[in-house]
Design a binder for this molecule. Structure first.
Ligand code: NAP
Ligand code: HSE
Length: 437
């Protein structure tokens, strides 16, 4: 029987996982699809690198364009990463009539509009389940299961590295650097881990989810992005004392005809389910008008989970090839003119509770100055703790606020910074108590 021919670009953490599934599950995949799957090309950067065995029949090449230009390839799998040459490879593959499966969230967050359009125009299929939350089928949930509903919000933990680091810092009290090293060794982290720890990877993913959920083009620069690098062990301990756990949260919600898109560390009540999603696990909660809230949880990073999602897309597309189906249509692939473009809501419009840690001298009147600046800007304090006292050393004063507008808090914090009172920049963490973030 004529096989469906695959070309793989990238044979690193994810690519090797794809290779392992093809090597180990060949007969089962052939039975599920109705025709065998045959990997014929594997493109890498360094031909001399020591790497796991390729599936039988696969040939290694240093030129990824060879893969997308080979007329016999039916499905191109891109697990190389980055914007370029991934975008050029995707464009060429699609123009050559090939279906395209990718785990590359950066590509879709930055060039998604062009990719979705090109795929629609060429009449080929696109799979990107692995690009968001690894093995967790969140793209399928939004595209298929909730296709008749109106999504109001998606929020969750979508970066395995960040969650692994925060979980280990919270539960094992290891340092940030130790935890990051562990995430890199386990293959969770991006080639450039700054993308993970500065929240950029989460921002890529929430931009992709928002485009799909709200059928709107998303301008990636409109995603407010703050990472976990400024959090200290003290913030994590204090969060625990107030009954919270710290998570890197990605949020996309529809508010008054706008989209609120943001990634930032959040203090979440420890009793909530999402606060207890730990290690490399991801969780995405989708709230839609008819269905209400649904939570999907699973492994969001690593070789096996990501390769499983990639190969799920490959099987889905291969089944359509066998059946002669036209494949899936993505709502955001319609021409821009045919879609509503929801404007982005600025972070300054956010209303939430806050955790604030000031580093100040321990002397009379300091608290009054802090409280005065907050009060003048309409910020009301709900709790306060001062820890420790060392001669001539600044101390930490931690305050929790009632709900306040971010723009007002910014003004208060600017006043406090200008007063010269603080020995270090003030730490601010948003508290997410409500179900609607
Ligand atoms: P990786 O381990 O760094 O592997 C990248 C692979 O691409 C390597 O085999 C590399 O070749 C190859 N490559 C890079 N540039 C190339 C070029 N110009 N031409 C040909 N080959 C090239 O990365 P990864 O962790 O597998 O991630 C791959 C993609 O999956 C990224 O988009 C990432 O964001 C995404 N992703 C990763 C995970 C995860 O847990 N790791 C999860 C979800 C999504 P060499 O081997 O010769 O260096
Ligand atoms: N670096 C990413 C993470 C891989 O840690 O979640 C999965 O996209």
């Amino acid at each position: 029987m004529e096989p469906i021919r695959l070309g793989l670009i990238g044979f690193g953490v994810v690519g090797a996982g794809v290779g392992a599934i093809l090597r180990n599950n060949g007969p089962a995949l052939a039975a599920r699809v109705g025709r065998p799957l045959s990997l014929i090309h594997v493109a890498v950067r360094d031909l001399n690198k020591k790497r796991p065995a390729l599936p039988e029949g696969a040939r290694l090449t240093g030129d990824p364009f060879e893969v997308v230009n080979d007329p016999s390839v039916d499905i191109v799998i891109e697990v190389m990463g980055g914007e370029s040459p991934a975008f050029e490879l995707c464009s060429k593959a699609v123009a050559n009539g090939k279906h395209f499966v990718t785990a590359n969230k950066l590509l879709l967050a930055l060039r998604g509009e062009e990719v979705y359009r090109a795929v629609e125009v060429a009449g080929v299929e696109l799979g990107f389940e692995a690009a968001v939350a690894g093995a967790v089928p969140v793209i399928r949930a939004l595209r298929d299961a909730l296709a008749a509903d109106q999504v109001e919000q998606t929020r969750g933990i979508v970066n395995g590295t960040g969650n692994y680091i925060l979980s280990r810092m919270t539960d094992e009290r290891v340092t940030f650097a130790e935890a990051l090293k562990g995430a890199q060794e386990l293959g969770y982290a991006e080639a450039d881990p700054t993308l993970d720890v500065e929240g950029i990877d989460s921002a890529h993913k929430i931009a992709i989810l928002a485009a799909l959920a709200f059928e709107t083009p998303v301008d990636f620069s409109a995603v407010y992005t703050e990472g976990i690098t400024r959090l200290t062990p003290e913030d994590i301990i204090m969060a625990g004392e107030f009954g919270y756990r710290v998570k890197l949260l990605a949020i996309a919600r529809r508010v008054d005809g706008q989209v609120d898109l943001r990634v930032h560390p959040a203090m979440i009540p420890a009793r909530q389910f999402i606060a207890n999603v730990n290690g490399p696990f991801n969780a995405v909660e989708i709230t839609s008008r008819a269905a209400g809230a649904n939570m999907l949880v699973g492994r969001g990073a690593g070789s096996g989970p990501t390769a499983s999602a990639v190969m799920g897309d490959v099987v889905d597309i291969a089944r359509n090839i066998v059946k002669g189906g036209a494949g899936k249509r993505y709502p955001m692939s319609a021409p821009v003119a045919a879609r509503r473009r929801l404007p982005a809501r600025p972070i300054s419009a956010l209303v939430t509770e806050y955790y604030l840690r000031f580093t100040v001298p321990d002397r009379p009147g300091v608290l009054a100055e802090l409280a005065g600046a907050l009060g003048r800007n309409g910020i009301s304090i709900s709790s306060m703790i001062q820890r420790g006292r060392q001669e001539n050393e600044p101390v930490s004063v931690v305050m929790l606020t009632h709900k306040a507008r971010e723009a007002d808090l910014d003004k208060a914090l600017a006043e406090i910074a200008n007063s010269g009172l603080c020995a270090q920049p003030t730490m601010r963490v948003r508290i997410v108590n409500d179900e609607r973030a």
